[in-house]
Design a protein around this ligand. Structure first.
Ligand SMILES: [Zn+2]
Length: 116
């Protein structure tokens, strides 16, 4: 005669515990674990996306050969061209940063003839 497997005993004990407070705690725990398991891929993919964007913002492409490298490297890892010239973004080099509070907007009042 075979003894019933341990899983069966655990299932019976869990069924007996369900109406009690301990059963409620176990159900809540199982729900929390399930929620964590379902949310984990979403959280991990979100973190991966943020990391990828962060990495992309630190990448620079070589002006000579087009290879991608990190901005801090200084020279292109493929052809050796220094990034110093191409490293600065042309927008910031062409237009120096001016705070918006230093700018002045001139407003000129004009008479508008409403009849004509
Ligand atoms: Zn290069």
């Amino acid at each position: 005669m075979n003894r019933p497997p341990a899983v069966l005993w655990i299932a019976v004990v869990l069924l007996l515990l369900i109406p009690t407070a301990a059963g409620r705690l176990l159900l809540d725990l199982a729900g929390g674990v399930l929620l964590a398991l379902l949310a984990l891929p979403l959280i991990l993919s979100g973190l991966g996306w943020i990391g990828w964007k962060l990495l992309q913002s630190r990448m620079i492409s070589c002006a000579e050969c087009g290879a991608n490298g990190l901005k801090g490297a200084g020279v292109c890892g493929v052809c050796g061209t220094p990034y110093a010239n191409a490293g600065d973004t042309p927008a910031s080099a062409a237009a120096p940063f001016t705070p918006a509070s230093d700018l002045t907007i001139d407003v000129i009042a004009q008479d508008v003839d409403s009849d004509s």
